[in-house]
Each structure stands twice: as C-alpha cells, then as structure tokens.
Design a protein around this ligand. Structure first.
Ligand SMILES: Cc1cc2nc3c(=O)[nH]c(=O)nc-3n(C[C@H](O)[C@H](O)[C@H](O)COP(=O)(O)OP(=O)(O)OC[C@H]3O[C@@H](n4cnc5c(N)ncnc54)[C@H](O)[C@@H]3O)c2cc1C
Length: 486
C-alpha cells in the first residue's frame, strides 16, 4: 500500500551510494529533515561496492575539470573522515609503470597534469629505485610515476559507515524504496516511490548509473548514462606480499588499465577491464575476460599464483554522454543533478558533498548547525591481537568465532545488527564484518551466520537471503575452479 508523507522534507537524496551518503552525512550537521531513498535492501550496493577501492591522487584527470578538482580535494579529506568514521583507509602510494620508451612521455604528461591539479608527492622514479620499493615487479620495467598521496579504502564499509553516522545524526534512510516519478509543483517536488508519496523542497539526484532516468523524470532528457563494466579477481591474503602500493600501467583511452593492488584487508586484487555493455544491471564475470586481464596484470607483477584466486566480481562505471561530471542546479530550481560520476567518484565523494552543500546554501536553504552533531562512528571490525584466543565453541561472544577464515566473532556480528540499518542477509553481514570473504567464501561460516541471524531476528532461517539473493538482479560469475586454472 502506498503511504502519503505529509511533512515537507527539506532535502531528498535519491541513491544510497557513496556520493549520496557523503552528501547526507555532510548536511546532517544542520537542523534539516534529510531523507535518503535507496531502491536496494542495503546501502552501497551500486558501483560503490564494486570498484578498485583506490583513493586516487588526482593526476590522471584533465586540469580544469570537475573530476580533477574534486578528486584532489576528496583525497585530502580521507584521513580525517577515517579518523571519525573508522571505515578503513591506508595511504599506500601508487605507481604507473612504463615498459617501453614510447610510454615515457605519458608519464611526463601525467606528472604535468598532477602538478597543474595541485597533487603533491608526485615524481618519476627510475627502474633501480622502483625495484627496491617493489621487488616483485616485472624487471623489464623502465620507470614509473610515483604518487605518494594515493591510498586504498574499503568502499562498501565507507558507505555503511556514512549511513550509520547519518542515521545517528537524524537522517531518514529509507531502503527498498525506488523512486518512480517526480513532479515539480508549486516550488516543491512531489515524489512517488515504490512505498509512498513524498514532498521535498530540494531533490539531489545521486542515482549513479540510473541518474539519467531520474533526470528524465523532471523533463531533463539529454543525458545518457551507459554502463562500462570492470571485472576483478580477488586472491588470497598470502599473495598480498607481492605489492605494497597500487600498481597501474600506462593508461589507455578507456581508462586506467589493469591494476594490481593490495586491498585494505590484505588480499591481492587484479582488475578492472573496460567493456561497453548494454544492460546497466549486468555485473557478471566470465573466465575468458578474466584470463586476458590476468595476462595483462602479469606484465606488471609476474609472480602471483592464480591457484589462490578466491572470487571474482564486477562493477559498472556510469559513463555519461558529457565530457566531464555534471553537478548541475540550473535547470529546475531546487533540483540538483549529479550525472556520470564515474572514477574517481569514490575519491571525490567527500568533496562532491561539500560542493552540493554550497549549492544548497546558495539556493537559500537555511543551515542552522546542530549543537549535538555526532561526528564519530565506531568500527564494527575489531583489530585482533596476535595472541587473540578466539574459539569456535566459546560462550563469550567476543571470543566466539563464527567465520574462521576472517576471524569474525559473534560480538562483531551482533554489533552490526544493532546500528539502526536493517541487516537481514548474509551479504549485509559479509560487507560489514567480512564473514564469508575468506578462503572458504562462506562455505563454513554461511550456515553459522544464517543461524545467528535467524535467532537474533526471530525469523526462520529459510527467510534469510543468502549470497547475492537479496540483490534485485541475478549475477552470473566465473566459477572459482575456473579462476584457479587461469
Ligand atoms: C570498475 C570500477 C572501478 C572504479 N574504481 C574506482 C576507484 O578505484 N577509485 C575511485 O575513486 N572511484 C572508482 N570508481 C568510481 C566509483 O565507484 C563511483 O564513482 C562511485 O561509487 C559512484 O557512487 P554513486 O553513489 O554515485 O553511485 P552508486 O554507488 O551506483 O549509487 C547509486 C545508488 O542509487 C540507487 N538508485 C538508482 N536508481 C534509484 C531509484 N530510482 N530510486 C532509489 N534509488 C536508486 C542505486 O541502487 C545505488 O545504490 C570505479 C567504478 C567502477 C565501476
């Protein structure tokens, strides 16, 4: 049944990805009714969950573009945000490798771009220094662009942390609520969702790959956002010693090329490719494409062992028919469009939020600070000491191990259930605690997490969605046994 929300919402944000949630958290500092509408069962399930997790330095985008400006500004906000929200961020530095003399001018060009964009800690390093830093690189490498400002984060934990903190600060988060229609009427907006009818003074369109459809709902129909898929393989943590920094190759027209990177939690990740596809929701992977990527990645780091492959995944870049990102408030007063926020959107998201905040202020939205704004959010995943004495049968939840591979305790899972966002699936637990992300990929802990959820939510275990089952689309993935043969 469709409900009618009578109260006028100040700011309605469409899309609970890393962009929408950074905006929500930023404006939750003020006495406003802010609402986030997200069509999926959890936050961060669009391309905010399936990307490289790199906090880029900001040298690869054309000077003068929004991408360049907001990437550099966003990068600088990460350390402080992580201190407040504890989602996980590590400055690793990045390297763009050149293997042939004809690639060296590209390094020079990137260096020049970076300097114009205001990136610090950028320089070109020669083979000898490079191999001292990264001894497992292909010894045929000639030189590299080093960017000290780059780092890695956990993109889905960032979204979850932002959502939890926004909630604590009064943001109204509505999951499984798809926006179906928007009508500008009498200086406000009437929204029809799959659950209710709402009225809002301001609407911010952060619907990622679907942002063109949201814009079209208010009659702005010149934008097209198309999916450019990127597939990845994740390897076991025992392969992580092979690289310390994010390793790129000289980029191509379609993107930054295949990278080899340590992940925040210590796995090794290879990807992404760049495929123009038709279906915005198709995040499948296939062994043939991954085999090509593995060959390209071996050019940078020859020695990784594909028998240690754990899983694959893919994300769709929202690539628009515009040259740069669109952050536009000019067509319909009060309607702010964010179109084509592809890479480096994860890096830029905190700075995008500041920009949208400024736009809202210019539009006359009264921003009265909340004296009780709570900037801190505690982590869910606890650091375990080397002598941590967890046990599969312990009665103390903080010692009771549920996921053996990732050492996830019952206490951590109980904690993630108590943060205000409904957590009802194995996936939702996995993205918060890492239960199911290790070597066994949930074969051991899946039933244990299901049992725990069933007990805590007081629902039959058959009602708990498994891996990927709560998503609105079915995903076809390359089999692990095929990955291990690549
Ligand atoms: C392969 C790949 C690699 C990348 N690597 C990096 C990287 O290393 N570093 C970096 O900085 N950036 C990277 N990016 C870019 C980054 O992931 C995106 O820029 C960022 O996640 C965009 O966030 P978003 O919130 O705009 O979009 P999304 O995360 O897609 O969020 C949009 C949300 O809107 C919701 N939605 C859509 N329609 C509706 C509707 N009608 N009603 C309600 N909700 C709706 C969706 O369900 C979704 O949750 C990469 C992207 C990809 C795909």
């Amino acid at each position: 049944m469709i409900r009618e929300t009578v109260n006028l919402i100040d700011v309605c944000i469409i899309g609970g990805g890393v962009v929408g949630l950074n905006i929500a958290r930023e404006i939750s500092r003020y006495r406003l009714h802010v609402c986030v509408l997200e069509k999926e069962e959890d936050v961060g399930r669009g391309c905010s969950k399936a990307n490289s997790g790199i906090v880029h330095g900001g040298y690869s985008d054309e000077p003068g573009t929004l991408k360049a400006e907001l990437c550099v500004a966003g990068n600088r906000l990460y350390e402080q945000l992580d201190r407040e929200l504890h989602f996980g961020y590590r400055k690793t530095g990045s390297l763009v490798l050149a293997f042939a003399a004809e690639e060296l001018p590209t390094l020079e060009k990137l260096l020049e771009n970076g300097r114009k964009n205001g990136v610090t800690g950028l320089r070109i390093i020669e083979r000898q220094e490079l191999l001292l830093r990264e001894p497992h690189l292909n010894p045929a490498v000639l030189a590299a662009l080093l960017c000290e400002a780059a780092g890695v984060t956990s993109p889905y934990e960032f979204s979850i942390a932002l959502a939890e903190n926004s909630l604590v600060n009064g943001v109204d988060l509505r999951l499984q609520e798809e926006v179906l229609a928007i009508e500008p009427l009498g200086g406000e907006f009437h929204l029809k969702t799959s659950q209710e009818s709402l009225r809002a003074k301001f609407v911010v369109n952060c619907a990622g790959i679907f942002s063109d459809r949201i814009a079209a709902m208010v009659g702005i129909d010149e934008y097209r956002v198309s999916p450019r898929r990127g597939q990845y393989v994740i390897l076991d943590k025992d392969q992580n010693h092979l690289v310390q920094s994010v390793i790129f190759q000289v980029p191509s027209r379609l993107g930054k090329g295949i990278l080899v990177t340590p992940t925040l939690h210590g796995n090794l990740m290879i990807g992404p490719n760049a495929e123009e596809i038709d279906d915005k929701t198709d995040v499948g992977t296939d062994a043939e494409t991954l085999a090509n990527m593995v060959t390209q990645a071996r050019r940078s780091v020859p020695g990784f062992d594909m028998r240690k492959a754990l899983t694959s995944f893919a994300g769709n870049r929202p690539v628009s028919n515009q040259k740069d990102w669109v952050i536009d408030d000019s067509r319909i007063p009060g309607f702010i469009n964010l179109i084509g926020i592809d890479s480096p959107g994860l890096t830029a998201a905190p700075a995008i939020a500041c920009k949208v905040f400024a736009i809202l202020q210019q539009h006359g939205l009264t921003m009265e600070p909340k004296p009780d704004f709570q900037p801190q959010r505690l982590p869910i995943i606890r650091k375990k000491a080397a002598d941590f004495a967890g046990d599969l049968n312990a009665t103390d939840p903080s010692l009771h191990i549920i996921c053996r591979c990732e050492q996830v305790t019952e206490a951590e899972i109980l904690d993630c259930l108590s943060r205000g966002i409904p957590v009802r699936s194995l996936d939702a637990v996995k993205f918060r605690t890492r239960a199911g992300m290790g070597r066994c990929q949930g074969a051991f802990c899946g039933p244990r997490v299901r049992e725990l959820l069933s007990r805590e939510l007081a629902v039959p275990s058959t009602e708990i969605c498994g891996k990927g089952e709560c998503s609105s689309t079915l995903v076809k993935r390359a089999r692990r046994s095929d990955l291990q043969k690549l």
